[in-house]
Ligand binder design. Structure first.
Ligand code: AMP
Ligand code: FE
Ligand code: FE
Ligand code: ZN
Length: 286
């Protein structure tokens, strides 16, 4: 049997455009055997994804945690994929709640900066666009598109807009604390797109070695934001540190052009992730 495994996707519970139910149906239609739902800083999509899970599809419940590394100033933002953790772990729940609240405050401040420059974007409308999901810059990007100021999401992420000029930092989770909390909640931590220099500053390999010692289990190597050289570097580093490697689409529906299953994870890495989890949250089968 061939296994098509995509371990990084977003729904309307954060900044994707398919509902969790639509996401799992689309994953089955794309021929995936395993899909992970990894919305930013929330597990709100887990229930609806589970209830809609098509026969034959396996669902890995996860999240993508907004983290920061304080080893550089200003702190470097980075993303940890957390899989199969207890969604009721009190300290982890508290951190996710805090980060989502900080995202709201930051989004509103970014909109205020835009408005101060005479750019007609409306915070209540952006909140409505986010539909109760974790708010992020892609939602503000949609408002810029609607206002006719940019044509595409990637244009909205240019330096004159949300990529730099109007970008504000988020109040993210200390990355070592995040690794500890994911483990304490019985989950498995994988560093998302660790070398994606085209997205901004990246962290040094020494930090990744320290995170591996703290309990990080894997690195995402195959991702559209990594060049071939960056993918090769990540693979080499993972081999050196004894970490597994994943590949994933980081699908966001129509907020990005990448399709489900565009990059996939090998079955051995997937099985290592499942084996490393505590079993509090099991892989669900449709
Ligand atoms: P935020 O979490 O609010 O800082 O926004 C970051 C999110 O924006 C990422 O999770 C991606 O979904 C999205 N994003 C980042 N860069 C781009 C880009 N160049 N084009 C489209 N979406 C992007
Ligand atoms: Fe996103
Ligand atoms: Fe990410
Ligand atoms: Zn993502």
């Amino acid at each position: 049997m061939t296994h098509r495994i995509d371990l990084h996707t977003h729904s309307t519970a954060s900044d994707g455009t398919l509902t969790p139910a639509e996401l799992v149906r689309a994953a089955a239609a794309a021929g995936l055997d395993v899909v992970a739902i990894t919305d930013h800083d929330t597990t709100d999509g887990w229930g609806p994804a589970l209830r809609a899970l098509p026969p034959g599809l396996r669902l890995v419940r996860g999240a993508e945690l907004s983290c920061r590394w304080d080893g550089d100033q200003p702190p470097v933002p980075l993303h940890l994929l957390a899989y199969l953790f207890d969604p009721a772990h009190p300290e982890l729940v508290a951190e996710l709640t805090r980060v989502r609240a900080a995202r709201l405050a930051r989004g509103e401040r970014m909109v205020a900066l835009l408005r101060a420059d005479g750019i007609d974007v409306d915070w209540p409308q952006i909140l409505a666009l986010a539909g109760g999901g974790t708010v992020g810059r892609p939602h503000i990007a949609q408002a810029l598109i609607r206002a006719g100021l940019v044509a595409t999401t990637s244009e909205a992420f240019g330096p004159e807009w949300l990529g730099e000029r109007y970008r504000l930092p988020k109040d993210d989770i200390d990355v070592f604390r995040a690794v500890r909390l994911i483990r304490a909640a019985g989950g498995v931590a994988v560093f998302a797109h660790p070398r994606a220099s085209r997205r901004g500053r990246i962290v040094p390999d020494e930090l990744i070695a320290e995170l591996a010692e703290a309990g990080l289990v894997g690195l995402e190597a195959d991702h559209e934001d990594h060049s071939p050289a960056e993918r090769a570097h990540v693979r080499g580093l993972a081999a050196e540190l004894g970490l597994l490697v994943t590949g994933s689409s980081d699908f966001h529906g129509s907020h990005k052009t990448v399709q489900l299953g565009a990059f996939t994870t090998g079955v051995e890495a997937y099985e290592r992730i499942v084996a490393a989890s505590s079993g509090v949250t099991a892989v669900a089968s449709g």
